[in-house]
Design a protein around this ligand. Structure first.
Ligand code: MG
Length: 254
């Protein structure tokens, strides 16, 4: 077992999917939950101010899409017949999910549906069993911990706020999503280092994706790949280049 030493590191930046959390939690729990609950959610929250705003965002996105030549289902006005409006919303959202789109309007509605699910205990955020002990020991050692994920900051907070091991937000100093920039571009990591108030070389970035490691390394960060059960296996070359841990236990403070 090769340990990664972090005595000269001030902050740890963590990816979520495939790093702290299984890819299957996102793929097999979070996204199917939206598919299974969208109709009920829309009916339960009908005329609720937050849902009305979410519908407005979907409508504006659909208009924008049409302008850009995308053939998407348009959302009728709010005073339109209820059944027809609900059907359009559901088709539009499912179509966006089928196409793996990441529009703000879609993420906003998904975030609200997940919030209800986490708060009611229908969903618990998955983290691997070594994650909480590692977060605790890093914090005790005075390190700062940040998250950088393509999931929205709101979705990240929901996940870490209600995990199988309880609320882990107390161990996390800050969250970044793709609003700071794409995960495979080094400028994103430079910006994150600036926002955290550290030099890039004082930060260790942990991810399962070699291209993300490369981008962080190009920005000057230290980086190690994480290989978890259920991840795509890493080829020898990238392991040699970036190193690899299978658990956060392998990241030692000494
Ligand atoms: Mg990942």
């Amino acid at each position: 077992m090769v340990n990664v030493d972090i005595y000269d590191i001030n902050a740890i930046l963590l990816d979520i999917e495939g790093t702290t959390t299984s890819i299957s939690f996102v793929k097999d729990v979070l996204f199917p939950y939206i598919r299974q609950n969208l109709i009920r959610y829309v009916k339960d929250h009908w005329k609720n101010a937050e849902l009305i705003k979410d519908i407005d965002s979907l409508r504006m996105q659909a208009v924008e899409d049409l302008k850009n030549g995308l053939n998407v289902v348009q959302i009728p006005d709010i005073d339109e017949e209820e059944d027809r409006l609900q059907e359009a919303i559901i088709t539009n959202v499912f179509d966006q999910m089928d196409a793996d789109r990441k529009t703000t309007a879609l993420k906003q509605l998904q975030g609200h549906i997940w919030r209800e699910a986490y708060h009611s205990g229908k969903i618990e955020g998955h983290v691997y069993e070594d994650v909480m002990p590692a977060l605790k020991s890093w914090k005790t050692a005075g390190k700062h911990v940040y998250i950088y994920s393509s999931g929205s900051v709101e979705a990240q907070k929901l996940l870490f706020g209600a995990t199988t091991y309880g609320n882990l937000l107390q161990f996390i100093d800050g969250h970044f999503d793709t609003n700071i920039g794409p995960k495979k571009e080094s400028t994103s990591y430079t910006k994150i280092a600036n926002e955290c108030g550290y030099q890039a070389h004082q930060i260790l970035f942990l991810t399962d994706i070699p291209e993300e490691s490369q981008a962080a390394k190009n920005a000057g960060m230290k980086t190690t790949l994480v290989s978890r059960e259920g991840n795509k296996s890493l080829c020898e070359e990238v392991v040699k280049e970036f190193g690899e841990v299978k658990s956060f236990d392998q990241i030692s403070l000494l």
